[in-house]
Design a protein around this ligand. Structure first.
Ligand SMILES: [Zn+2]
Length: 250
């Protein structure tokens, strides 16, 4: 649910975690208002640009930057897939949400999974199909594209959840398509990480229109719990990232 704000291109939303309507202003960046929920301390942009405006930030430059570092991304994807596979004895089908060029999908395929990817940005998907030779890549968002229920053994979403306009819709859909006892692997900037600058507005992860939400383990845990998903492991991260493995609790 959203209510219109003074400026028709902006919308004010209730807190996606606790439903609270009271926010404490933190700072402005590029005229966008960064706030914290008074009740649950979730940090977000609010009011925020409308979804149409947000989608415009995903142009081809976004994926060009990504593919420039292809080899590095490829190795990182393989590391991620191998680690998760061995630690949780995983097999079957793997969906990477926000797959961009599809490096995780490729790594999953190499490790014996049937790999799937979905993203809204066509440039990255074209690279995945044409250069990496991947199939099973879909242009769109979860919910817009209907995967079968209880279909995936593993779903990964790296640097994705902070971009998603409707968090609860996103997690409801993940829960629907993930098998019972399936694994969800998430990475997102961690606002409570020790490397986040004391002078908060200078943190380079504060990206107007692009990063809508700023989690810590507590707020992400609460959001997941609402959707009957449970953090089972937090991985150590030198970068200010929150890396968690989540189980589909029944
Ligand atoms: Zn809240």
């Amino acid at each position: 649910m959203s209510v219109s704000y003074k400026n028709p291109e902006f919308e004010l939303i209730p807190c996606p975690i606790c439903g609270g309507q009271e926010f404490r202003h933190l700072f402005h960046k590029e005229k966008e208002s960064f706030v914290r929920c008074v009740q649950c301390h979730f940090t977000l942009i609010n009011p925020r640009p409308s979804f149409d405006q947000i989608a415009k930030t995903y142009d081809s430059v976004y994926s060009e930057n990504y593919t420039k570092k292809a080899e590095k991304k490829r190795k990182r994807a393989l590391r991620r897939v191998k680690r998760l596979k061995s630690r949780y004895s995983l097999r079957g089908s793997w969906l990477d949400v926000g797959c961009s060029a599809g490096f995780v999908v490729e790594a999953a395929q190499n490790q014996g999974f049937t790999g799937y990817g979905i993203d809204i940005e066509v440039g990255g998907l074209a690279y995945g199909e044409n250069v990496l030779g991947l199939s099973n890549l879909i242009e769109g968002t979860l919910g817009e594209y209907q995967y079968p229920s209880r279909f995936f053994d593993v779903i990964s979403a790296y640097d994705v959840i902070e971009h998603v306009p409707d968090l609860n819709l996103f997690l409801t859909e993940i829960k629907r398509i993930l098998k019972p006892h399936g694994i969800l692997d998430i990475g997102t900037p961690d606002i409570d990480h020790w490397r986040v600058p004391k002078n908060l507005p200078t943190w380079n992860e504060f990206k107007p229109s692009e990063h809508l939400y700023y989690f810590n383990k507590d707020t992400l845990g609460k959001l997941l719990e609402k959707n009957n998903l449970k953090i089972i492991k937090q991985r150590f991260s030198l970068k200010p990232s929150l890396k968690v493995v989540i189980s589909h609790a029944i």
